[in-house]
Write a protein that binds this ligand. Structure first.
Ligand SMILES: CC(C)(COP(=O)(O)OP(=O)(O)OC[C@H]1O[C@@H](n2cnc3c(N)ncnc32)[C@H](O)[C@@H]1OP(=O)(O)O)[C@@H](O)C(=O)NCCC(=O)NCCS
Length: 179
């Protein structure tokens, strides 16, 4: 084959998909403690609200209570709410669900929120949470996971990219509705 033909053949190849870096569900936290991932329980809610408050600066007690009612113990309906626990302490959480045929897409898993306490970060906790929710999505029969993030949130973008997520096939659009 000529060099030109070689270059063309190389260009026409499908881009290689990087293997996902999702890690196991039990790992060591920043202090060497064991961190495990499990479904949320009622008693975890206060810690979840506190972590969200630490990250967003807004305490949304009613919002989290209603999310808990909707998502906890609802894996059978495709909804998933998991926490990462170190000792007795909840150090992170992830929430998502399987949505069918939204935006004309095949059923797929959506991750709505993932947060880890600032003092528990960079120890693989969010990776374990994402792996946990993806395992749940797989069990629910879907083979793709999606998320949406603010364009200026480079931290969460770095995290999702590190897990193998890429720009998707859908584009968010919006407009002000006025009064
Ligand atoms: C993003 C976040 C969930 C990561 O949690 P974490 O437990 O520290 O993540 P992990 O330890 O599993 O990190 C996995 C990878 O993500 C990337 N990553 C994580 N933190 C990073 C940082 N500060 N800078 C660059 N890359 C980072 C790295 O590639 C890392 O792999 P490495 O440690 O081998 O380099 C956490 O920082 C967080 O809660 N941030 C706020 C999230 C937020 O804004 N939520 C609101 C929207 S839902």
């Amino acid at each position: 084959m000529s060099q030109d033909a070689n270059i063309k053949a190389e260009k026409n190849k499908e881009p290689k998909k990087r293997p996902s870096k999702l890690s196991p569900s039990v790992h060591s936290g920043p202090n060497g403690d064991t961190v495990s991932v499990r479904p949320v329980r009622r008693g975890d809610l206060e810690a979840v609200i506190e972590i969200d408050n630490l990250v967003t600066g807004i305490e949304k007690v009613d919002y989290w209570k209603s999310l808990y009612r909707k998502y906890a113990d609802a894996v059978a309906t495709g909804q998933h709410f998991l926490v990462a626990v170190s000792g007795d302490e909840v150090v992170g959480f992830v929430i998502g669900e399987v949505r069918d045929w939204e935006f004309g897409s095949q059923p797929c898993g959506w991750v709505f929120a993932i947060n880890v306490r600032p003092d528990a970060r960079l120890a693989g906790t969010a990776s374990a949470l994402l792996k946990g929710i993806c395992d749940g999505f797989r069990k629910a029969g879907v083979s793709k996971v999606r998320t949406m993030l603010a364009c200026d949130n480079t931290l969460i973008l770095s995290f999702f990219r590190s897990q193998g997520m890429m720009i998707g096939a859908f584009l968010p659009l919006e407009m002000d509705l006025g009064s």
